[in-house]
Structures are given as structure tokens and as C-alpha cells.
Design a binder for this molecule. Structure first.
Ligand code: AMP
Ligand code: GLY
Length: 424
């Protein structure tokens, strides 16, 4: 059995590490991967967005299953291409990937399906957007329609800031074509959580709900990043809220997409805003979160390869999907300067010692190997993940391991999972 994972970060390392434990003992490939992933999979020098070359490789090598990490190849139609050649792949078609690729499309689907979400105006010209912003009470959120590397949602405290955001997106075209249309949206208060499920077109199998930590600094201070850590299962998503997420969000959207002729297959990620026991959807992603995958996947009680095969083949209903009764915490270690400019090539020490801490797995996000040495090679460098019976113990283990690791300028938050520990 040959399995290809597409992508290069900590999420993809978590996928590869979990697939490596499968009873089927698959031959693992990763494109392009990183040197940490290279310890467990054969790396291919093919960019994640290079759909044509990935397709040629998968056909030539008769890859049995392809798992796509990031959104870009999905919105470029990698699933449509692979399926047209009878190649098994986990992910949505290009049309269904628009749930992430177009915020206007996602808002229209949510409206049609009655999914609770922020009020928003869909705007195609700067004039429309300015009028919408003038009519709405601040704070408000201006969002680029298309993919903008996580920078496309600007929270505006007043009308002046909103006009500035509209100008940058629509007139200066800071995000290119992604800013041709905008949402001018009501600001929602509350606490965010990630609700991620496997979907095979019909059956929805939810994984452990999780929480990311976007800002760089402790206490959620400073600029936003790709995610500085995560934990699961998030206590804020009570059993009642998880049921509500299924009933009010996942089921109507999956049914709605099927009824509209683009059934959703793959990983559906609802970004929820929770307030006073009620939820509203901020956004959809069509993939695992990063670093959410690093805490969700180790909690899966079962064979990930089997589960992903069932997702790709439309037979999720035949599987029991169980979660381990444990807590997982992932502390992301980043380069000094990140999320701004940072340097690469710093020597990393302490990896072996850190890996010996009980329950700890270190996922590589941006590393490079030089002989026996490991060097930093990205903004987010490592995801130090611990699984334990309680959040207190998972936090203790993750931080014990993180303390072993160092390089010049290394930074990480010290409060990842603190909220969960207090709740538990
Ligand atoms: P998005 O680009 O839609 O994924 O949003 C990115 C982030 O912006 C979210 O994770 C939230 O933290 C924030 N955000 C987006 N929309 C809203 C909203 N309507 N109200 C409050 N925060 C929001
Ligand atoms: N951790 C947020 C994301 O992957 O989009």
C-alpha cells in the first residue's frame, strides 16, 4: 500500500506519523515535506500546488491513497484531477473546496442552509463596501473573498479603519484577485473553537474539538500567527455544543452541498465563535487545522489509514470512530522575529532529550538536516505535542520537552492549554 501526503508542515508530519502506525504498514511519501518528515516518509521534490506533477507521480507509482494537507491544491482542483484517473484521494472537489476558497460562497451556503453566522454584506465594488461599512455598527470585520494566507480578515474598530481596509483590498489589491469581492461583516464576540470532522459526502464523523492560539504572545497578545499551539478536546465545546455543531452546522451544510450537486468529501473544519452556550460559524476550512491536527490525530483511537480510506471511498458509516480518553497539548516553537521577518539556519539542540519525555511527540514544521545537526528552516519550527490523562499532565510534559529544546531566538507561548487546565 502506497500513501502520499501533500504538504510540508507540522500538520503533514502529524499525518505521516499517524499513518506510519497503521497495521497496513504503508509505504509513505510526502511532497514536498521537510527533513523531519523525511525520517518517516520518502520526500518528493514537488510543491504542494504543483497538481500536474503530483498527478503524474501518483499515476506512475500507482499511489493507493493521497491525503492533502493544505488548502491551495484543493482549491486548484487536485481532487478532481486524481478522481478523473481513478486515483483515491481524501479531500473536496474544487467546487466544494470553495467553502474555504471563497468567503462569499461560504456565506451564501450558510444562509441557504440556515447555519448561524455573522450578518454580512457581500460587496463587489468599493462603493458598495463603503456603504455597507457606513451602515454597520463598529467594530466590524472586512474580509477578502479569496485565500489570503490567513491575513484576509481585518477587524476594524471604526469606520475610518474599515475604509482603509476596503481601500487596501479593493483599490490597492493587496491580496490580488482574492480582494475583488469583500464581506463587510458584523464582529462577533466570544471564544473560538475548531470543530473538525471527516465527511464522505454523506456521513459526518467528528473528531475531538480543539482550540488554536493565534496571537504570538501569552494572554493572546501581539500579532496573529499561523497558530502558536493547540489543545484537544476543548472543554468549551460541551457535549451539548458538539451536538449543536452537528445539527446546526455540519449536517445542514453537508446535505446542502450534496443537494446542490457538489457533495463534500474530505475534512470539514468549522471555525466556531461560542458565546453563552450558543455558537456561530466564523469560517469554514476544507482541511485539518495546523496546529489542530497535531492534537486531534494523536487522540484518534484507531487506524488513521483505515479511516481515511473509508472517507475517500464513501463508507465512513461502516466504521466506529473512537477518540482516546486523554488530553493533548501542542506547543509550537517558532523562530525569533516570527510572525515578522526571521532568520533561518539556526542550530537546534535538545531534540533527542525532549523526545524522551513520556507521551511526547515532536512534529517538525520547518527544519532542515545538515549531517547530524538540525537547523531551523521556517517561522514555525516545531510542534512539541504531549498526550496524557489530564490537561495538567499534558501541559507539564509538553513544556518539559520544550524546555529541553533551544536555538538562538527560539520563542514559544507559555500558556498553551492553560484555559483547558483551569476548566478541567
Ligand atoms: P477568517 O479569515 O474568516 O478565517 O478569520 C480569521 C480570524 O479572524 C478568525 O479566526 C477570528 O479570530 C477573526 N474573525 C473573523 N471573522 C470574525 C467576526 N465576524 N467576528 C470576530 N472575529 C472574526
Ligand atoms: N489553525 C488554523 C488553521 O489551520 O487555519
Amino acid at each position: 500500500m502506497k500513501v502520499l501526503v501533500v504538504g510540508a508542515g507540522g500538520r503533514e508530519h502529524a499525518l505521516v506519523a499517524q499513518l506510519a502506525q497503521s497495521a497496513a504498514a504503508p509505504e509513505l511519501y510526502c511532497a514536498p515535506g521537510n527533513d523531519g518528515i523525511g525520517l518517516q516518509a520518502r520526500l518528493l521534490p514537488i510543491a504542494a500546488e504543483d497538481v500536474a506533477t503530483l498527478y503524474d507521480f501518483a499515476r506512475r507509482e500507482s499511489i493507493d491513497l493521497t491525503v492533502v494537507g493544505p488548502e491551495a491544491p484543493l482549491t486548484l482542483g487536485i481532487v478532481d484531477a486524481f478522481q478523473s484517473a481513478g486515483l483515491r484521494i481524501v479531500g473536496p472537489s474544487r467546487a466544494a473546496a470553495a467553502l474555504e476558497g471563497s468567503k462569499v460562497f461560504a456565506k451564501q451556503v450558510m444562509r441557504r442552509c440556515g447555519v448561524p453566522t455573522a450578518e454580512a454584506h457581500l460587496c463587489a465594488t468599493p462603493g458598495e463596501a463603503r456603504q455597507a461599512a457606513a451602515r454597520m455598527r463598529a467594530p466590524l470585520v472586512v474580509k477578502a473573498d479569496g485565500l489570503a494566507a490567513g491575513k484576509g480578515a481585518i477587524i476594524c474598530q471604526d469606520r475610518r479603519q474599515a475604509e482603509e481596509a476596503i481601500r487596501r483590498m479593493m483599490e490597492e489589491r493587496e491580496f490580488g484577485a482574492a480582494g475583488e469581492r469583500l464581506l463587510v461583516e458584523e464582529f462577533l464576540e466570544g471564544e473560538e473553537a475548531s470543530f473538525i470532522a471527516l465527511v464522505d459526502g454523506e456521513t459526518i464523523a467528528p473528531l475531538a474539538p480543539s482550540q488554536d492560539h493565534k496571537p504570538i504572545g501569552d494572554g493572546d497578545r501581539g500579532p496573529n500567527t499561523g497558530g502558536m499551539g493547540a489543545y484537544a478536546p476543548a472543554p468549551i465545546v460541551t457535549r451539548a455544543l458538539a451536538e449543536a455543531a452537528m445539527r446546526q452546522v455540519m449536517q445542514p451544510v453537508v446535505r446542502g452541498m450534496a443537494a446542490a450537486g457538489s457533495p463534500f468529501r474530505g475534512i470539514l473544519y468549522a471555525g466556531l465563535m461560542i458565546k453563552e452556550g450558543a455558537l456561530r460559524v466564523l469560517e469554514f476550512n476544507v482541511r485539518f487545522g495546523d496546529p489542530e491536527a497535531q492534537v486531534i490525530l494523536p487522540l484518534l483511537d484507531g487506524d488513521l489509514l483505515e479511516v481515511l480510506m473509508a472517507t475517500a471511498e464513501g463508507r465512513l458509516h461502516t466504521l466506529p470512530l473512537k477518540q482516546r480518553a486523554a488530553s493533548a497539548v501542542c506547543v509550537v516553537m517558532a523562530s525569533g522575529g516570527y510572525p515578522g521577518a526571521y532568520e533561518k539556519g539556526r542550530a537546534i539542540s535538545g531534540l533527542d532529550e525532549a523526545g524522551k519525555v513520556e507521551g511526547v511527540t515532536i512534529y517538525h514544521a520547518g527544519t532542515r538536516r545538515q549531517g547530524a545537526a538540525w537547523l531551523t528552516n521556517g517561522g514555525r519550527v516545531l510542534g512539541v505535542t504531549a498526550v496524557a490523562p489530564t490537561f495538567a499532565e499534558a501541559r507539564r510534559r509538553a513544556y518539559a520537552a520544550a524546555h529541553c529544546i533551544s536555538w538562538e531566538g527560539a520563542q514559544y507561548r507559555t500558556d498553551i492549554g492553560a484555559k483547558a487546565e483551569r476548566a478541567g
